[in-house]
Design a protein around this ligand. Structure first.
Ligand SMILES: *[C@@H]1O[C@H](CO)[C@@H](O)[C@H](O)[C@H]1NC(C)=O
Length: 181
């Protein structure tokens, strides 16, 4: 009986360990995905205290902040409801081997009016504060921009205590017609 119990090296058991090892390495294979859907519309904004037509993302000005974690894949479906082409650039994101997703005219086609496009980005090995903005015409003066916060992975410690609060500041300069007052 003792001899029966010590048969650890049976082929079946080896196969089982192989399967276990194989499945664990598969699970670690891919970084997580984050899916966002953005609807780009015109709307009223008051950036300089005076009402003007602006560009909203999901009804917001500034647009929604992207909160993500290092190495995540961002799948951002953008629907252009403007009457003109629209293109978003991702300021500070490194876009490794991915330059055609960077929303710069010439490498990335603008989204035609009434159409949609899905950006696929990975925030590989980055942490910190970044922002996105429309890169065509003077759209960035009218909105369509927002913050990007890339958080450190929980298992990678950062050398400071957790902040008490977290705010995104977007400084926008602009001009408006003189009103004479
Ligand atoms: C545009 O949106 C449709 C409907 O949601 C979707 O099936 C299609 O894949 C999208 N196209 C692109 C290029 O993102």
């Amino acid at each position: 009986m003792m001899r029966e119990e010590s048969k650890i090296s049976s082929p079946l058991l080896q196969f089982f360990f192989f399967l276990l090892f194989f499945s664990v390495s598969c699970v670690n294979g891919e970084d997580p995905y984050r899916f966002l859907t953005w609807k780009v519309t015109y709307g009223n904004i008051w950036p300089l205290g005076v009402k003007q037509q602006g560009i909203l993302i999901n009804g917001q000005f500034p647009g929604p902040r992207i909160d993500c974690v290092t190495n995540e894949n961002l799948i951002i479906s953008v629907y252009n409801y403007l009457s003109e082409p629209f293109l978003i650039s991702w300021n500070g994101l490194q876009q490794r081997r991915n330059s055609w997703q960077d929303g710069v005219y010439g490498t990335n086609c603008p989204i035609p009016p009434g159409k949609n496009f899905t950006y696929m980005l990975q925030v590989k090995d980055q942490i910190g504060s970044y922002f996105y903005f429309p890169s065509l015409a003077f759209h960035k003066a009218a909105g369509g921009f927002g913050g990007i916060a890339i958080w450190s992975r929980p298992k990678i410690p950062v050398p400071f205590p957790p902040p008490a609060g977290d705010f995104t500041f977007l400084l926008v300069t602009g001009t408006r017609e003189a009103t004479g007052s």
